[in-house]
Design a protein around this ligand. Structure first.
Ligand SMILES: *Cc1c(COP(=O)(O)O)cnc(C)c1O
Length: 387
């Protein structure tokens, strides 16, 4: 099924399963092979078959993944990388120059903050943090004439703050900047930022897109051909590409994204209800709750509210650490978005590097990535761990 015959108007699940790949013309293989090849035979000098010349520049398994991601995010083109951070670095080098400025979330993913603060800054790129939930603060952080990118995540990590993508796109565009949305937490099933005015979507496909905690990868999806050309040039020139096996695993994961996300959301909603009623839980953070400050915006721009939940427990840091250490179905570990439930203590684990700064997270905060196991087993596990 080609995209020409079935343009992006096909339903999300149909695109997830079919877009980006036609059954192999010689064998009929329904699933793209893992093209474990670095080079391609030329039919006479420069006579490339299908444009393939060298696998840093293009590889058919990666092409299939890129076509699929572009269809899911309703973008013009997608590019697959070795990791989310490799995608981010390539994007910055494609669109910024030393002396330029970017606005980043004041609670950016730690690796993203480190990339801007330690790597891109040494290259001469300045950044200003701003809260993604406050459009006026983002506007105020822009330096007219030198801000190239307004970079946001929504929901953010671990406090699940929501940014208004349409409003942020307008603010960025007024200043001649592009809006970049890290869509990792929502996944393309729950939110499609390009349809709301964003210019570039970033994914750590390591998380929900891959979905099985068995591959590290990243992606960029763009809606403008000029941006696509710059990214394509830099993807090849820098070379941090997804290998064919990684691309294949990620594509396999994407086929079931819709099913998985619906179950992640179902289970997260049950976990949220359970936690709200638990006497040892002091606060539950979930954009699906009417009490969440971003609830109304999330309702407008997301299909559902996702599988990530944060909560605070009575008894401070020691109580939070002991809950994290007592679960059995929830695995204590970093990362998120896989089929298995994970639990972590942001203050000591994912967010240890921001301790003592404005970005410090509450010490009694626990973050869970709610998996797709039997919901009752998840509730019983949390009940036991909460004591
Ligand atoms: C994990 C993550 C990244 C970085 O992706 P890697 O694949 O680990 O390089 C970026 N943004 C968010 C929101 C993430 O969760």
């Amino acid at each position: 099924m080609s995209e020409q015959q079935h343009p992006s108007k096909a339903g999300f699940e149909t695109r997830a399963i079919h877009a980006g790949y036609e059954p192999d013309p010689t064998t009929g293989a329904v699933i793209p092979p893992i093209y474990a090849t670095s080079t391609y035979k030329q039919d006479g000098v420069g006579g490339l078959r299908g444009g393939y010349e060298y696998s840093r520049s293009a590889n058919p398994t990666r092409t299939a993944l890129e076509g699929n991601l572009a269809a899911l995010e309703e973008g013009e083109r997608a590019f697959a990388f070795a990791s989310g951070l490799a995608a981010e670095d390539t994007l910055v080098r494609a669109l910024c120059r030393p002396g330029d400025h970017v606005v980043i979330p004041d609670d950016a993913y730690g690796g993203t903050f480190r990339l801007f603060d330690k790597v891109e800054r040494a290259w001469g790129l300045e950044h200003s943090p701003a809260p993604v939930s406050d459009v006026d603060a983002v506007r105020a952080a822009i330096r007219p004439g030198s801000t190239r990118l307004v970079w946001v995540e929504t929901p953010t990590n671990p406090l699940l703050t929501i940014g208004d993508i349409e409003a942020l796109a307008a603010v960025a565009h007024d200043a001649g900047a592009l809006l970049v949305v890290d869509n990792t937490f929502a996944s393309p099933y729950l939110q499609q930022p390009l349809t709301l005015g964003a210019d570039v979507v970033v994914h750590s496909t390591t998380k929900y897109c891959g979905g099985h905690s068995d591959v590290v990868g990243g992606a960029l999806v763009v809606r403008d051909l000029d941006v696509a050309e710059k990214v394509a040039f830099h993807q090849n020139a820098i070379g941090a590409v997804a290998g064919p096996f990684d691309a294949w695993l990620t594509l396999r994961g994407l086929k079931t994204l819709a099913l998985r996300m619906d179950r992640h959301c179902d289970n997260a909603e049950k976990v949220v209800d359970f936690l709200l009623d638990h006497p040892r839980v002091e606060e539950v953070v979930y954009p699906g709750l009417a009490s969440h400050p971003g609830h109304e915006i999330a309702s407008r721009q997301m299909r559902r509210y996702g599988g990530m939940v944060s909560f605070r427990v009575a008894g401070g840091v020691d109580a939070a650490l002991s809950v994290c250490e007592r679960t059995e179905v929830f695995t204590l570990g970093e990362s998120l978005g896989g089929v298995e439930s994970l639990i972590e203590h942001p203050g000591r684990m994912t967010h240890a590097s921001v301790a003592g700064t404005d970005l410090e997270v509450p010490a009694d905060l626990i973050r869970i990535s709610v998996g797709i196991e039997t919901a009752d087993d998840l509730l019983a596990d949390l009940d036991r761990a909460l004591g």
